[in-house]
Ligand binder design. Structure first.
Ligand SMILES: [Fe+2]
Length: 196
């Protein structure tokens, strides 16, 4: 059984407290539903033949709930401590510069992915084996991940992340607000942890 985590969030610029509170409520829902599905599996597996369809749907939906739980646990801490500028030196800066030439170009790529159509996440991964970044779009919470790769930056671009503050057409403004509030120290620390 998993428990919903608490986040020490400052007031955000351009993302309202009401939106954050509702978003935290949605996050808690993923934790609750992951646990709920997990608790059903044993019972359904007792007669796997009779419950084949229900069981296969539960198994498939469980990774959706888990993805929702873990991705939000990557999302909210990115605002903890308040905004800080992207690093201008150090191993993370160097690794980004090697692949993207400038930090701005990586941000540009992440913005482009975040603006893609459909609910999901724009994610920056790092592959410690190949020593390179991979950028991707995860549909819903669980589809299209680069398996096993650690997540360095996660931008929630489900409509629930921006609808309250900016309306259905306001994704671009929300992405601006996301970067305005982003604590790059958190991103850099994740890179440091997985690239050693
Ligand atoms: Fe979300």
């Amino acid at each position: 059984m998993y428990e919903a985590k608490k986040f020490d969030l400052p007031a955000l610029d351009g993302i309202s407290q009401k939106s954050v509170d509702e978003h935290l409520g949605l996050y808690a829902g993923y934790v609750k539903n992951f646990n709920a599905i997990s608790s059903l599996l044993g019972e359904y597996a007792k007669d796997a033949e009779k419950n084949a369809h229900a069981l296969s749907e539960l198994i498939r939906r469980r990774s959706f709930e888990f993805g929702g739980m873990r991705l939000h646990e990557h999302y909210f801490p990115q605002f903890e401590g308040g905004p800080s500028a992207a690093p201008a030196s150090g191993p993370f800066f160097d690794a980004v510069a090697k692949e993207y030439h400038k930090m701005e170009y990586l941000v540009e790529m992440m913005r482009a992915i975040a603006n893609m159509r459909g609910p999901g996440w724009a994610i920056l991964y790092y592959d410690p084996e190949a020593k390179q970044f991979l950028t991707g779009f995860t549909g819903e919470q669980h589809q299209g991940h680069f398996v096993t790769l650690p997540i360095i930056l996660a931008i929630d671009v489900w409509e629930h992340a921006f609808l309250l503050d900016y309306g259905a057409l306001g994704k671009g403004k929300y992405i601006d607000a996301f970067f305005k509030n982003l604590n790059w120290d958190v991103v850099e620390k994740r890179f440091t942890a997985v690239s050693a």
